[in-house]
Design a protein around this ligand. Structure first.
Ligand code: TXA
Ligand code: MG
Length: 360
């Protein structure tokens, strides 16, 4: 398949950009696939009302068909078409939407029949997101339909946060890719299930538990802890959580210690241990510590130690660089879990698939 590339500056949607976006919107309307930037990660989009187009998303990604897609909207009129009216009347969804939309929050709500089963993986709910990226919102507006879009990576790869990642994974598999530069947030949206009496965060993102609690009276659960294997007896509510995600090719170990010096020391010893086995080692570090790991073959920094927003923006690029370099082992520092840091560590835990070394 020939893939058209459109380069658009999100900070200056001028006449030329509108012409390009119209062409992309036409592709969506005709049932094609368009990769678009959002503020979190790039998405692989199709007309959410078109079951054939949506089934092609699963083919392009190599994604299991029981894993539901997020539907992206650009106004509340679209919301009313896809979410059950009786549910909207309860007011919870619009209260949260008024506070966090447009933005990196996905809410799970009962769907109307206009959303085909292939979008929701056969569930009677739909994940809805109202992105705040100018290119994503313009594309949805011009297409005139909600856009179903998972992250635009091949299944099992880290989500793409820049055009190069999308190109590497999707060139030849989709009709068009919009190059809108780097994604500001860098980790996927918070997924919040609001169908039950207690709202439940299924996937952490830039909208944090504290943020959600500031709007919701009463308790809020955070089921994503299950993905860390803390309670293996429970079945994750989000179908996506049962799949191994965000996994780099090499095994990834997380080193943690309450004392930073002990963590650094442990990582240095692990580097030597792996080098003695003739394996090449990559280290995921912070700016403050990166110089300690001179024995490693490759060191990638996620930025300054205390800045979780920098970590989120850098994480997936670092993981992809380790893959490109073909290191045999990756060792990661534990990062602070404040704000979006919770989401960063969630992705890192999943990439580690249980390889967590606790030193004290
Ligand atoms: O930031 C994002 O959310 C990006 C951008 C493109 O919007 N999209 C994204 O989509 O990360 P995806 O498909 O990679 O992840 C969607 C997650 C999956 O874990 C899926 O299982 C869950 O949301 N999900 C979607 N619909 C659901 C539903 N009805 N019930 C429970 N979980 C759902
Ligand atoms: Mg994904």
């Amino acid at each position: 398949m020939e893939t058209k590339v459109f380069k658009i500056n999100p900070d200056n949607i001028d006449g030329t950009a509108i012409v390009q976006l119209r062409e992309c919107a036409d592709i969506i309307k005709r049932g094609g696939l368009v990769c678009m930037p959002t503020e979190t990660v790039y998405g692989l989009g199709a007309n959410a009302y078109d079951p054939v187009a949506v089934s092609n998303i699963f083919k392009a990604k190599g994604r299991p068909s029981d894993n539901p897609l997020i539907v992206h909207i650009c106004n509340y009129d679209m919301l009313e078409l896809i979410v059950k009216d009786s549910f909207l009347q309860e007011g919870k969804m619009t209260a949260l939407g008024d506070r966090f939309w447009p933005g990196p929050l996905t809410m799970i709500a009962p769907k109307t029949s206009i959303i085909p089963a292939v979008v929701s993986g056969g569930l009677d709910t739909v994940g809805v997101r109202y992105p705040c990226h100018p290119i994503a919102s313009a594309l949805i507006k011009l297409a005139g339909v909600p856009i179903a879009a998972p992250s635009a990576n091949l299944s099992g790869k880290p989500s793409p946060t820049c055009f190069e990642h999308v190109k590497d994974d999707m060139m030849g598999r989709v009709d068009a890719i919009i190059d809108g530069g780097d994604c500001r947030v860098g980790v996927e949206s918070t997924v919040l299930d609001i169908t039950g009496s207690v709202p439940n965060i299924l996937r952490p993102g830039a909208v944090t538990l504290a943020d959600v609690k500031s709007v919701i009276e009463g308790s809020v659960e955070a089921d994503w802890h299950l993905a860390h294997g803390i309670d293996a007896s429970k079945v994750p509510k989000s179908p996506g959580l049962k799949y191994k995600h965000y996994a780099p090719d090499a095994p990834l170990y997380i080193f943690t210690a309450t004392d930073c010096q002990i963590m650094v020391q442990g990582i240095c010893e692990k580097i030597i241990e792996e080098k003695n086995k003739k394996l090449s080692v990559g280290v995921l570090a912070t700016d403050e510590n990166r110089d300690y790991y001179k024995d490693a073959d490759m060191v990638q920094s996620v930025g300054s130690g205390t800045n979780s927003m920098e970590h989120a923006a850098a994480l997936f690029t670092c993981l992809r660089r380790f893959d490109e370099a073909g290191v045999d082992v990756i060792i990661a520092e534990m990062l602070p879990q404040t704000g979006v840091g919770d989401a960063v560590m969630n992705r890192l835990y999943r990439a580690a698939a249980g390889r967590v070394i606790k030193l004290d």
